[in-house]
Ligand binder design. Structure first.
Ligand SMILES: CC(C)(COP(=O)(O)OP(=O)(O)OC[C@H]1O[C@@H](n2cnc3c(N)ncnc32)[C@H](O)[C@@H]1OP(=O)(O)O)[C@@H](O)C(=O)NCCC(=O)NCCSC(=O)CCC(=O)O
Ligand SMILES: NC(=[NH2+])NCCC[C@H](N)C(=O)O
Length: 339
């Protein structure tokens, strides 16, 4: 059975391996032992913390194959970004130049550095190991987070964003980044992205261009990838677009990848998820596939189950094996979402 649960310190090795496998531009998992260990410690603290409002908590979960004990994927939600450091974006804007005198009108696009998403919750760190990319596993991993958001909404910023990995090649060359490296930052994309992942962002404030940048003056290869995602990230983007996430003109400052956003309570799966009270028993023959979770925080669990959910009825039958995996007893509630 595949079960999603909060990450713990014993998962370090698996997380390190996933950091290596996920490659360049997967900013939130830099291949750095100290950073990954402190990330896990921060998550363990977040899952048990009493909070008044979201601050800097991180909720990183792993997908475990309970037959082998192997960790085969990750998914994360940050409570509120940019609260302890600065959270940068480029905002795409338009300037219009018009002269009746000479009969010319031009619209030019600009990129302006901003911190507009400060305080937003962030979906991040979605990764599934290659041989598990089948049977809707990626879908369940990504969407399970909406059950958690629905259940614990008060722990998250009201706007939910996701930074989608932009284009770069296997050697870590980003077509967008070239002009920044040449004229401003000096260091290469892999290093800039790595420092960003370590939250060592002082160099950004010091070295990023201080004025807006005219898109038409950038190299053609950089212009072409603004708002484009890495090929491996297309499934992740597709899943979020189906939930109502849209790009509103914000892109990554290094690789030009799009950031998508949606109001927490407008996310389709947040709206469609339901709380049901369980009776443990045999699965009815007319059951359909659902993503299911318990309502816990530190003991959060999510998986898939076959359920016969009836529209006006708040009760449902859950098989004993799934109930055990979710750590729920007869008469307790689960949150469900059609697969
Ligand atoms: C993202 C996942 C976990 C998704 O798993 P799978 O690849 O198995 O997903 P899938 O079920 O095959 O596809 C999910 C949906 O995308 C569609 N799909 C598949 N390939 C597509 C393509 N090339 N273009 C457009 N859509 C595509 C499928 O039809 C399906 O839609 P239907 O369900 O409608 O049929 C995986 O691809 C992965 O680990 N990728 C590498 C890591 C990565 O780049 N992660 C995202 C980084 S960005 C990030 O982490 C922030 C975003 C976030 O956290 O959510
Ligand atoms: N444009 C980017 N490289 N953004 C970061 C993308 C990766 C992903 N959001 C993560 O959690 O790491």
């Amino acid at each position: 059975m595949l079960v999603i649960r909060p990450i713990r310190s014993t998962d370090f090795k698996a997380l390190y391996q996933i950091a290596e496998e996920s490659g360049h531009g997967f900013t939130s998992l830099p291949v750095n032992e100290d950073l990954l260990r402190s990330k896990i410690a921060r998550v363990e603290e977040s899952f048990t913390k009493q909070i008044d409002k979201p601050f800097d908590e991180g909720y990183l979960m792993v997908l475990e194959d309970t037959e082998t004990g192997e960790v085969v994927g990750t998914c994360g939600i940050e409570a509120a970004v940019g609260m302890v450091d600065a959270f940068y974006h480029y905002r795409l804007g338009t300037e219009v130049y018009h002269s009746e005198q000479i009969g010319v009108r031009n619209e030019v696009e600009t990129l302006t550095l901003c911190h507009d998403y400060t305080g937003a919750a962030e979906l991040c760190t979605l990764f599934l190991r290659g041989h598990y990319r089948k049977n809707n596993n990626g879908r369940m991993l990504s969407r399970s987070r909406f059950l958690f958001l629905a259940q614990h909404a008060e722990r998250f910023g009201e706007t939910v964003i996701a930074e989608m990995r932009g284009e770069s090649d296997a050697d870590g060359n980003s077509p967008f980044y070239g002009w920044l490296q040449e004229h401003f930052l000096g260091i290469d994309f892999v290093q800039a992205d790595y420092l960003s992942g370590l939250s060592q962002k002082a160099f950004m404030a010091e070295m990023m261009p201080k004025n807006a940048v005219y898109v038409c003056l950038l190299p053609k290869e950089a212009q072409k990838v603004i708002g484009e995602v890495h090929a491996n990230t297309r499934p992740a983007l597709n899943l979020l677009q189906a939930e109502g996430f849209r790009c509103r003109g914000y892109v990554d400052i290094f690789d030009g990848g799009p950031t998508v956003e949606c109001h927490l309570h407008d996310i389709r799966s947040v709206r469609e998820s339901r709380l049901l009270t369980i009776t443990i028993g045999a699965t009815p023959s007319d059951a359909e596939s659902y993503i299911v979770s318990n309502t816990q925080l530190a003991d959060y669990r999510a998986t898939t189950a076959n359920l016969a959910v009836v529209d006006d009825c708040d009760d449902v039958i859950l098989d004993a094996q799934t109930a055990a995996a979710l750590m729920v007893a007869d008469g307790e509630q689960i949150r469900v979402l059609p697969m």
